[in-house]
Write a new protein. Sequence first.
Length: 374
Amino acid sequence: MTTTTTATVPFLDLVAQQAEIAEEVLGVWRSQLESAAFVGGAEVAAFEQEYADYIGVRHVIGVSNGTDALELAYRTVGVRPGDEVIMPANTFIATAEAASRIGAVPVFVDVDEQHLLIDPAAVEAAVTPRTRVIAPVHLFGQTAPMGLIAAVAQRHGLAVVEDAAQAQGATGASGRAGAVGEVAATSFYPGKNLGAAGDAGAVMTHDDGIAELVRTLAAHGSSAKYVHDHIGVNARLDAVQATVLRAKLRRLEGWNAARREAAERYTRLLSGVPGIRVPRVRPGNTDVWHLYVVRVDERDRVMAQMSASGIGVGIHYPTPVHLTAAYAPLGGRKGQFPVAEAAADRILSLPMFPHLTESQQAHVAEVLSHAVRT
């Protein structure tokens, strides 16, 4: 008699990533402990230069997390209390939260039905005299339509602040994510394609003045010790995180290539299965597949069945930001952004990470295909 054990497939395997870099990171960490070089310093500066070279931007400023990075980016292009920042409704709340912390007003717009990226026509329709910034989000690992967004911004004299937290290494027709707008922000939260061993983030820009201002604001508004030119924040990047990021950056292209291969396998396995809509890449984009997001009917039932079978799944994101309790004061209502709202009821994120195996993916596809049929 044989016993069959259900295979377990995690949604994300960070342990495998850490195992690849452990020895080189531990050696540097040991020297940091001995020298007490914990905040800023040579490791941070080296990472900033290496990441700038990687994405093709003049300046990278490492900061404490992605939300701080967004707030700093908004502030450096002149966002003030009462200004409006246009952004997609289906994003993580930090895109809006960072604007709200300044006293600015998030203005949500719908997304395109095919790729779930910010809709340039909706952006154009949302511009008012109070609009200061357009904040396109590079969602799930592919870049927003930056050429069309830039054209809207140019017509109305607006700044573009990229939210590139899900797209380290992604490219589009206009260039690499994080190197297209006036300024960009990213998160290095551990689950990102390029993730730290805790919270970390960065601001990216070609503009020397913006870069200098970000550095000043992130250090209590101080350009020199005890010289405070602005009311800033404490948002500096720790050296221990820079060490992890440097080690992972050296592997990022290979890891992103592995994600692309995994995405292609999922698409082969799932295309044509009734009830499953696989994601599509926008023309001109090279996706880095931070997430592989399918759309299914009866999503919650399917998700529960997959979880019961040992498959790690997620939803990114279950509630469009305009419908969250936090943003109820803005008067958001159901039906306001039909594409984002319809997607929120159907999207399901499958396991996706560089070390995902073919057998794990086959099991995921088998369980998902069975779940949508029952």
